[in-house]
Design a protein around this ligand. Structure first.
Ligand SMILES: NC(=O)c1ccc[n+]([C@@H]2O[C@H](COP(=O)([O-])OP(=O)(O)OC[C@H]3O[C@@H](n4cnc5c(N)ncnc54)[C@H](O)[C@@H]3O)[C@@H](O)[C@H]2O)c1
Ligand SMILES: [Zn+2]
Length: 356
């Protein structure tokens, strides 16, 4: 389907399907770990552990955390560190994470810090974790209300991606992950963007090919710039406004909770307007982006009062330097540029474009 096949890609440690399980099982045999721990959350314990056990050939001890972002904090880490310690896990223990991005981010941080670092393996079970959190080695937890405030960048030994896990993933979580894949198309591959858009509309999604391609796009970017000094910032397209919107609606008692990808989808529409005004994205492409996202993601009403809060949250965006908000924008679909400055008028216009 794509010019680059998954097998010639990616970071060497990201493995897919049956081959992934084989490699994982064999390499664990070779490494002779002193003990193996598997971390799940309350949902992946019910929905994913059985499938994991049917593919994993080694004995392990199970660790469980509560599901969801509100549990991605140091207290959860403490209880896992305590369990590892009680079970006398040593430097040669292995921690395997079976879950979405919360489990892989938090588990990765626990593994990186326990006894100054033990090996860990990620087995992502949500679409978002497969296409995004699985690549790039970012681990961490939220702290004092700030997302991913504490963490470390370190690659897992392996990532095993098996799309069979997705059969139990709730629909809205699926759409949330799909938004990140559309983003991969927008920033790096126009042809991929169109394929994702038409597959979603026809409800006929070649999921394994798409997941592999997204992993490929992200890993190419991360390989060039592992510590986000330049190019890696393009992965933040839609995220500057998207994060502010996500944060605002998290604390908004009257509206439905917006998942990360749903908020980012709004951010990508708005930042298409910024791109039209700032980096010469064509009118046709700007409108195409809006059409694709509005076909998949329900509109969210942003009132004047919401707008004020979202704009003030923008000021806190971590990509700000010297008090100026810097955006990743598109020159065209498939080509992103970083560190773009926009005016207050542009931002007003982006809100108007979304709501029109
Ligand atoms: N490290 C990175 O580079 C990176 C990138 C993107 C996102 N993230 C992080 O990832 C997190 C979001 O990831 P997420 O969307 O996977 O969230 P999540 O881990 O909370 O998973 C979403 C929900 O789906 C459930 N779930 C997961 N797999 C399931 C399955 N197969 N069947 C049924 N239920 C399942 C989970 O229990 C949870 O309730 C955020 O904390 C974000 O900061 C990290
Ligand atoms: Zn994201």
């Amino acid at each position: 389907m794509f010019t680059k096949k998954l097998t010639d890609t990616v970071l060497d440690n990201v493995l897919f399907g049956r081959k992934g399980w084989e490699k994982l099982n064999n390499s664990i045999k070779e490494k002779s770990y002193t003990s193996i721990f598997v971390l799940v959350d309350s949902n992946t314990k019910s929905h994913c552990l059985g499938y994991f056990e049917s593919h994993f050939q080694h004995d392990f001890k199970l660790l469980t955390m509560e599901a969801g972002e509100p549990n991605k904090h140091l207290e959860t880490c403490s209880s896992i560190w305590a369990s590892l310690s009680d079970e006398k896990a040593d430097r040669n223990a292995l921690l395997i994470h079976v879950g979405g991005g919360v489990v892989t981010d938090l588990g990765g941080f626990v593994a990186c810090t326990y006894k100054r670092g033990i090996d860990f393996v990620n087995i992502p079970t949500s679409l978002l974790a497969m296409v995004d959190a699985s690549v790039g080695g970012k681990t961490g937890v939220d702290f004092q209300g700030l997302k991913n405030q504490i963490g470390i960048i370190r690659e897992p030994e392996f990532v095993v991606i098996d799309s069979n896990f997705l059969s139990t993933l709730p629909e809205n979580e699926f759409r949330s992950g799909y938004a990140e894949m559309l983003k991969h198309g927008l920033i790096a591959d126009a042809d991929y963007f169109e394929k994702l858009a038409s597959a979603a509309l026809s409800q006929n999604i070649p999921l394994d090919d798409f997941i592999a391609h997204s992993v490929h796009v992200k890993s190419e970017v991360v390989k060039e710039d592992p510590y986000e000094k330049g190019l890696r910032k393009i992965l933040n397209y839609g995220h500057t406004l998207g994060h502010a919107i996500e944060t605002h609606f998290l604390s908004h008692p009257t509206s439905d909770r917006l998942l990360h990808g749903e908020a980012i989808a709004i951010g990508m529409i708005m930042e298409a307007e910024l791109s039209f005004r700032t980096t010469s994205l064509s009118l046709t492409e700007r409108d195409r982006i809006k059409k694709v996202f509005t076909a998949m993601y329900s509109p969210v009403v942003i009132q004047e009062a919401d707008k004020v809060v979202i704009k003030s949250l923008l000021q806190h965006d971590k990509k700000n330097q010297s008090n100026q908000i810097r955006f990743v924008l598109l020159e065209k679909i498939g080509k992103a540029v970083v560190d773009q400055l926009v005016s207050d008028d542009d931002i007003e216009s982006a809100f108007a474009f979304y709501s029109a």
